[in-house]
Design a protein around this ligand. Structure first.
Ligand SMILES: [Zn+2]
Length: 53
């Protein structure tokens, strides 16, 4: 089912590198290092697209 695929995707965490702003996906926890600059500093990306207004 397509819906199952979407659910799996939503569980995948996306981290943004604080050095080069590259997005790094990780199934669980933080990535070991940035795929672009090998930095280990990340922040969790917010996935909400709806705005409060
Ligand atoms: Zn980076």
């Amino acid at each position: 089912m397509a819906e199952d695929h979407a659910t799996t995707r939503n569980f995948t965490d996306v981290y943004v590198c604080q050095k080069c702003n590259a997005t790094n996906r990780s199934a669980s926890g933080m990535p070991a290092k940035c795929r672009k600059c090998q930095s280990k500093r990340f922040r969790l990306k917010k996935k909400k697209k709806k705005t409060a207004a």
